[in-house]
Each structure stands twice: as C-alpha cells, then as structure tokens.
Write a protein that binds this ligand. Sequence first.
Ligand code: B12
Length: 205
Amino acid sequence: MKALAEAIIKGDQNTAVEITRTALDEGTTAENVLNEGLIAGMDIVGGRFKKSEIYIPEVLIAARAMKSAMEILEPELVKAGVKPIGKFLIGTVQGDLHDIGKNLVAMLLKGAGFEVIDLGVDVPAEKFIEQAKVADVQLIGMSALLTTTMPGMEKTIKALKDAGISAKVVIGGAPVTQGYADKIGADGYAADAASSVDVVKSLVA
Ligand code: B12
C-alpha cells in the first residue's frame, strides 16, 4: 500500500493501476486499497499543495492516477458495501464559467473518500436544489471567480433554505472570503482545495 500511495504521489498512472489490480488479486480488501493506498497518497498530495511544495499540474497528474485506479476499485467497493464519507454536490454558480479551482476541490474531495457530484459551470440555484434533492446530499459546494457572480451564492443559499434543504454549504473561489461566507450564511469557506478537505470533513464530523 505504501508503493501505491507513492505511485499516486508521483502521478504514475500505470503503476497505480497495476498495484491496485495485484493487491485485489492477492486478497487485499478494496477498503484497504482505498484508505491505505489511494487516499493516503492523495492526502500527502493535498498537504504538499497546501504548503506550495507542489503546484496544480502535479495535483492534476496525481488525481488522474487516482481516477484510473478507482475505476478498477469501484466495482469491488460497491460489492463490499463500502460507503463514501459523504455526498458532496459541487458547481460554479450561474453566469460563471471558471472551473479549474472547482475541479481541484472536487478531485481532492474524491481523493479524501467523498462521493462527488459535479454539476459543472453556470449552475442556477434551481439546479443545485433539484440535484441536492435527487442525490440526497449532505454537502453542497459553490465556486465563484467573478465579483459579479458572487451574489449567486447568496441567492442559492436562500433558495436552498426556502426549499427546506438542510445540506451544509461550503463556498470558495478567488474573490470569496470568510467574511463573505459569514455574511451570506454559508456553513464553511476554504481558500484553497487542500483546506476545503479539512473544512468539509469538519462539517460531516
Ligand atoms: C483561467 C481564467 C479564465 C478562463 C477560465 C477557464 C476555466 N475553465 O476555468 C477564461 C478564459 C474562460 C476566463 C474568462 C473570464 N474571466 Co477569468 N480568469 C482566469 C484566471 C486567469 C485564473 C482562474 C483560475 O483558474 N485560477 C486557478 C485556480 C486553481 O484558482 P481558484 O479558481 O481561485 O480556485 C482555488 C480557490 O479559490 C479555491 N476554490 C475555488 N472554488 C472553490 C469552491 C469551494 C466550494 C471551495 C471550498 C474552494 C474553492 O480552491 C481552488 C484551488 O486551490 C483568473 C485570474 C486569477 N489569477 O485568478 C481570471 C479572472 C478570474 N477572470 C476574470 C474575468 C474578468 C473574466 C471574464 C469576464 C473576461 C472577459 N472579459 O471575458 C471572463 C468571464 C467568463 C465567465 N462568464 O465566467 C477576472 C475577474 C475579476 C473580478 N473581480 O470579477 C480575473 C480575476 C482576472 C482579472 N484579474 O481581471 N477566465
């Protein structure tokens, strides 16, 4: 599992896939492969990203390796009945097409063991509500990169409350601050993808 974590950290897709296959063939449980190999590796990637020891390309390459290994692991996890830590719905708010940061948040949360449902960009409040109900999520994340689209977050939070949805809401994006999150009644804010994992985990704890 240490070698698997190392392959994720290096973003070595082929080795990650190979070790995942071998480990399952040799009888290692899917849960062990997930927690001790893949998540352990992504944890380190997230930590290094937070400390600016690595940058976006390295995170993307690690996430790609994790995604390939997950494709092999997923059917086994389903068979074993392993449940994700929580379901997280994420999207960039209406009028906003920026998605690089949102995608990083989604990847690190997947890496941390969450089921992530990504609604993409330009997501109106109604779509957040509809999908939150359909997927019965515990957590909702919103991203905004434009000062002109930030009010979409406030509008969505209000609409979610009006619709009786009790999922916790986390917001982020370059112009967003903790002060703004407090002002609009968001449950959490994170300045970067690595801290978003800590914030989201604290909300499901
Ligand atoms: C790339 C980019 C684009 C690309 C987007 C491509 C894409 N697929 O995303 C394109 C070219 C399409 C684009 C278009 C525009 N852009 Co632009 N863009 C940028 C740029 C250069 C980088 C953004 C980025 O990806 N950063 C890297 C990521 C990793 O950082 P991040 O998004 O901040 O995300 C991190 C955190 O914020 C946080 N986070 C993000 N989301 C979330 C969500 C949650 C839940 C949590 C917890 C955390 C979190 O974690 C992330 C990872 O650590 C910024 C400048 C900048 N330096 O920010 C301008 C910028 C955001 N753009 C700007 C503008 C004005 C525009 C346009 C209006 C330009 C135009 N006139 O057409 C259009 C708007 C299009 C639209 N409707 O959205 C302005 C915004 C100004 C403002 N104050 O509103 C900026 C700041 C540039 C500038 N200095 O003027 N843009």
